[in-house]
Design a protein around this ligand. Structure first.
Ligand SMILES: NC(=O)c1ccc[n+]([C@@H]2O[C@H](COP(=O)([O-])OP(=O)(O)OC[C@H]3O[C@@H](n4cnc5c(N)ncnc54)[C@H](O)[C@@H]3O)[C@@H](O)[C@H]2O)c1
Length: 229
């Protein structure tokens, strides 16, 4: 029998209990940094070392963090379901929790690439720092493999298809403010079960049930109920 398809769509909130803050929360990074300086091609052209330092710091944070109960529960779903994690996060906590199909819409902090968009070289850097003067094999400066504001997310076509075909959709820890990623939920055409897990009050998207609470508390409970169906 074919396994049911689940799409898990995650945002910064799922990693909060692992010690990685959201950017736009009350104490988030956007209160300390101007987005245009560190998360926009303009900032990269103006002061690339500043941008590299910002992501060097993010890599250190990710290195110190561990997957929490929500990341681990999502990985367990694979024992009974065909699961794809579509994440806006740039950390590697879904990988370290054991999920096997992960699409990073906004890139990965553990990777770097050449700073020209066409035919770029991509490298795993792990949690190491990158500095000015570190170049790809074609001699171009390396930049973080991150989708900045004004850049196109990765895997959008594939994600639209996955949303459209999913039997169950679980959205965790996203304010659904970052476009075009947030618009993916509009393509949930056939899913019978649609949940959004987030501690903040919200009007959930149409046909979604809002389970209000922290990811590490609510996700394992929902996963257990799906595994016992
Ligand atoms: N860990 C990361 O990789 C990371 C961290 C910060 C920001 N980002 C980037 O910034 C963008 C921010 O957009 P976003 O929508 O993902 O985040 P967001 O900051 O806009 O929203 C985060 C959401 O998480 C919720 N939240 C807070 N604590 C939570 C918890 N314990 N459990 C569940 N939910 C919780 C908040 O209520 C909020 O709705 C992302 O697209 C991503 O590229 C990534």
């Amino acid at each position: 029998m074919n396994k049911q398809k689940i799409v898990v769509f995650t945002g910064a909130g799922i990693s909060v209990e692992s010690g990685i803050e959201t950017y736009r929360g009350d104490t988030g990074l956007w209160h300390q940094h101007d987005i245009r300086d560190v998360c926009h091609p303009e900032g990269w052209h103006k002061d690339p070392q500043k941008v590299l330092e910002f992501y060097n710091q993010r890599r250190k944070e990710v290195a110190k963090a561990s997957p929490n109960a929500a990341h681990l529960a999502i990985a367990q779903l694979e024992s009974q379901y065909d699961v794809t994690v579509i994440t806006q996060n740039v950390d590697d906590l879904h990988e370290r929790a054991g999920s096997s199909k992960i699409l990073h819409l906004h890139g990965e902090v553990t990777k770097v690439r050449s700073d020209l968009p066409s035919d770029y070289h991509l490298y795993d850097i792990g949690y190491d720092a990158v500095n000015i003067g570190q170049r790809c094999e074609s001699g171009l400066q390396l930049r973080p493999h991150i989708v900045w504001f004004a850049e196109e997310p990765f895997f959008m076509e594939e994600s639209i298809q996955l949303f459209a075909e999913a039997d169950k959709i679980l959205v965790v820890g996203t304010s659904l403010q970052v476009q075009p990623a947030a618009s993916l939920i509009l393509f949930a055409h056939s899913a019978q079960d649609r949940y959004i897990i987030d501690p903040s009050p919200m009007t959930p998207p149409k046909k979604f049930d809002h389970l209000r609470g922290n990811a590490s508390d609510i996700v394992p409970r929902l996963v257990n109920s799906w595994l016992s169906l």
